[in-house]
Each structure stands twice: as C-alpha cells, then as structure tokens.
Write a protein that binds this ligand. Structure first.
Ligand code: ADP
Ligand code: MG
Ligand code: MG
Length: 210
C-alpha cells in the first residue's frame, strides 16, 4: 500500500478525532507538569485543520502537510503550535511532490519532522519532550524501511515506538519547556507533548476509514 493524497487527508481527519477524544487526558497531563492547555491547544488546532482540509482539493501529500502546518501555526499557541508546525513544514519539504508517497518517503518525512522540532526547540532525547516520542519513531521507521516494509508497516512501527517512547518519559526530569520549571517534581508524569505525538502517529498508523 502506498500513501496517497486522499489517505493523508483521511489520516489528518483521524488525528483530529483521536486528539479530540483524548483532549481531557492531555489537559490532565499538562495540568500535572505544565499549564493545562495542551489538550485544548491541539483540539482547537486540529479542528481548524479539518476545516481547512475541507475547503478545497489537494494535489499532493506535501501540499496537505504544508496546509496542516500553516493551520496549526496560526491556531495553536504555546510551545506545541510552532513545534508541530515546524515539524510538518519540514516533513512537507522532505517528501517529493508526488501524488503517492512510498515507505522511504514516510521515513524521510518523520526524520525531517524530528529535525524541525530539534531545530526549533533545542531539546535532546531524555529532556522529557515530544522528542522522546519522535526519536524512537524515526529509528523504528528507518528499520521498517530496511526490512522492506510498506508504508503501513513503516507507520505501524513508528507508532508503536512513539507509544513506548512517550510512556518512558514518565520517570524523566524535564529539561525543556514549561515542565522544566518544576525540576525534580516533573518526574512521575508523562510528558503531554510526547503523548500527543504518539496519538498523532497512532492515528496515522490506524487503518481508515476515518
Ligand atoms: P505550553 O507549554 O506553551 O503551554 P503546550 O502545553 O501546548 O505548550 O505544549 C507542551 C509540550 O510541548 C510539552 O509537553 C513538550 O512535549 C513540548 N515542548 C515544550 N518545549 C519544547 C522544546 N523546547 N522542544 C521540544 N518539545 C517541547
Ligand atoms: Mg501547556
Ligand atoms: Mg500554554
């Protein structure tokens, strides 16, 4: 299976559904170590994404990624908006402007998304941020490509690894973002951004229809 423009659009509709369904969980996670707005921020952003996707036709996955990025940047405040926006803009630039992406394009998009987040936020693995979900996701996606996996296999591998990476943020002490103000007291809670990243990749990996 390839990853065509309609699949990418459907995947972002699923992302919006999943994020909305987990809104309260993300709010609670961010309330524990931040300011409690992560679930609200992303629900607002991805609801706006659905509306902008519904507005017209889309020529390629790259075009869709660009539209989603600019919508998130203009509707999501705080740390997560620019981070998600940069990630998706970099992903858009990393893939060829073709109607259908292959497994290696998906892995390249994920790697570029991670680079974008790091360029923007300067977090390293272990700092208790969304980087801790993305680093294992990129590694798993690249392994799946090496094993000859199709796009669905690559997304499934990335999603499973992000899920584990997000879970493993719990014992970490935050060194970036608002949670770092808490110092040692940030330990014992999942990072909301790592959790939302795992949810986004999970929605991408889950089969349609939305
Ligand atoms: P804010 O903290 O501004 O309220 P959000 O609550 O929407 O923004 O997002 C918080 C999430 O953003 C954190 O859980 C973390 O995953 C991510 N984050 C914050 N700062 C950074 C950074 N410098 N690099 C990577 N991710 C970051
Ligand atoms: Mg917050
Ligand atoms: Mg905030």
């Amino acid at each position: 299976m390839g990853c065509g423009v309609d699949e990418v659009v459907a995947a972002f509709h699923r992302v919006a559904e999943v994020i909305t369904a987990h809104r309260d969980e993300l709010v609670d996670l961010d309330r524990a170590i931040g300011d409690g707005d992560h679930g609200e921020n992303l629900t607002r952003g991805f609801t706006a994404v659905r509306a902008s996707l519904d507005e017209g036709e889309h020529g390629s996955p790259a075009e869709v990624l660009k539209l989603v990025a600019s919508t998130l940047i203009s509707t999501v405040g705080g740390a997560a908006g620019p981070l998600y926006g940069t990630a998706l803009l970099r992903a858009a630039k990393a893939v060829p402007d073709r109607v259908e992406l292959g497994p290696e394009d998906v892995a390249a998009a994920l790697a570029a998304a991670l680079e974008g987040v790091v360029a923007r936020g300067r977090a390293e693995a272990g700092d208790k941020t969304m980087v801790d979900a993305l680093v294992p996701a990129v590694a798993a996606a690249e392994r799946a490509v090496g094993d000859g996996g199709d796009t669905r296999a690559v997304l499934a591998a990335a999603s499973a690894a992000a899920e584990t990476g997000a879970r493993e943020t719990a014992p970490l002490v935050a060194r970036k973002g608002r949670a770092s103000y808490l110092g040692e007291r940030s330990a014992g809670h999942l990072d909301p951004g790592a959790r939302s990243t795992a949810l986004v990749l999970g929605a991408f990996a889950s089969p349609g229809p939305s």
